[in-house]
Design a protein around this ligand. Structure first.
Ligand code: FDA
Length: 391
């Protein structure tokens, strides 16, 4: 593989700015068409984000990927997904030596469970078709010239692929600097905010004392007038700062986008207020010694049962107290002071609007010879491999 960390004056058919998931794919496919390709990345090491993805295992894609798994212009997203969906993605990875295993729920991981193998295979595939990958070379300027583009005043390319990602985990190199570059080439960039991001509860809040506990939960984003705007169900993890886990990450972008709005949890997602009240009343009749904490212990982790329950016998609780407790189980409002920000967000919501892109080819509608792909665009997916599929 030809990699270097400096490029003096030179020219190529295609320059790819950003050698992350989207940029490496674009570079490989351009190289396979016979183009001379230079992929330039600002980070000292290529693939830092792939390496930390999926807890170091890289959740490559999902066995079923639909536009509904993404936020953004779903009509447009569907068109792009259909042009390269899960089947050709898996075929491509198999062709470069990466087979996958399906996990419960449909997530697909490399059989080796090693993100490192994914990066190595992509870099080898790039090298095979002569792609030159340059690390440690941040692109600071990029102008249209008579015959294409002039990059950092020294590199000439006939065509340009902008794959600089979003702003999440900037230490991997995705620091949002690509937005200024595409603006300079005539694109707009919609407001960006963290998505798939953990949420912080106030210091001293009970959620923090449960750090390490996880439970199947339904979360709601509720407007100030009490309307449920979004709901997600899945595993919630209490942490030393507040809330994380798949269900929290999935709902975080909605909580952020809908401010002012509240986050509400049901720790018994199969129960409604009414069904839980009826079963507690029946339990009190059956067993005069039953307490709410005791009943909860059978269904939620012990520490949560202690937090949400009461050691008073069910039959002795006043109607009002019983109802307050039930509400705390199926409609617990959890105060959130902030999200954990881009340092911890898995993706960036917002970006370049899809209506500025020719969806069949990902060519810019604003600048001849420019192409955009990956997270720089206004698309963010759920947890589960969807964001790599988009990239
Ligand atoms: P990406 O951010 O990967 O790459 C952009 C590249 O551009 C970077 O290498 C950067 O250095 C470079 N760059 C930026 N500006 C530049 C400039 N001015 N000059 C030169 N280079 C520049 N998704 C998924 O589907 N499954 C998963 O398991 C996970 N797990 C996961 C874990 C964590 C911790 C994070 C942070 C994210 C994930 N994701 C994920 C999301 C997924 O990693 C993400 O959506 C894709 O990597 C986006 O790919 P892109 O290539 O578009 O951007």
């Amino acid at each position: 593989m030809r990699t270097s960390n400096n490029v003096a004056e030179r020219s190529c058919d295609v320059a790819v700015i950003g050698a992350g998931a989207a940029g490496l794919m674009a570079a490989i496919f351009a190289g396979r068409e016979g183009a001379s390709v230079l992929a330039i990345d600002g980070a000292p090491k290529i693939g830092a984000k792939i390496l930390i993805s999926g807890g170091g295992r890289c959740n490559l894609t999902h066995d079923e990927v639909r536009a509904a798994d993404f936020h953004g212009n779903r009509n447009a997203i569907g068109k792009v997904l259909r042009s390269f969906d899960v089947a050709p993605t898996l075929e491509f990875f198999a062709s470069i030596g990466i087979t996958v295993e399906r996990e419960e729920g449909g997530k697909l991981f490399p059989t080796s469970n090693r993100a490192r193998d994914v990066i190595d295979a992509l870099l080898a595939a790039a090298a095979e078709v002569g792609v030159e990958v340059v690390s440690g070379q941040k692109v600071l300027s990029c102008q249209r010239s008579d015959d294409g583009f002039l990059i950092n005043e020294t590199i000439r390319a006939r065509r340009l692929v902008m794959a600089t990602g979003g702003r999440s985990v900037p230490k991997t190199g995705s620091d949002g600097s690509g937005y200024a570059l595409v603006r300079g080439l005539g694109h707009s960039v919609g407001e960006t905010f963290a998505a798939l991001v953990p949420l912080v509860t106030p210091a001293g809040h009970w959620t923090r004392s449960l750090s390490g506990t996880s439970i199947e939960t339904e979360l709601f984003v509720r407007s100030e007038n009490g309307r449920v705007l979004h709901r997600e169900r899945g595993s919630l993890l209490f942490t030393h700062f507040g809330l994380s886990g798949p269900v929290v990450l999935d709902i975080s972008r909605h909580w952020i986008a809908e401010q002012p709005a509240a986050l509400v949890a049901s720790f018994l997602p199969d129960e409604s207020f009414e069904s839980l009240e009826a079963s507690l009343l029946a339990e009190a009749k059956r067993n005069p010694h039953a307490t709410l904490a005791g009943v909860l212990r059978r269904r939620v982790p012990d520490r949560l049962a202690v937090q949400l329950g009461s050691e008073t016998r069910l039959g002795r609780l006043s109607r009002e107290d019983r109802r307050v407790l039930i509400r705390g189980i199926v409609e617990q409002e959890i105060p959130i002071v902030q999200d954990r920000g881009f340092d911890y967000a898995e993706v960036t919501a917002g970006g370049v609007p899809l209506d500025e892109i020719e969806l069949r080819t990902m060519a810019s509608r604003r600048c001849d010879g420019l192409y955009l792909c990956g997270e720089i665009l206004d698309v963010d997916g759920k947890i589960g491999g969807y964001n790599f599929q988009w990239a």
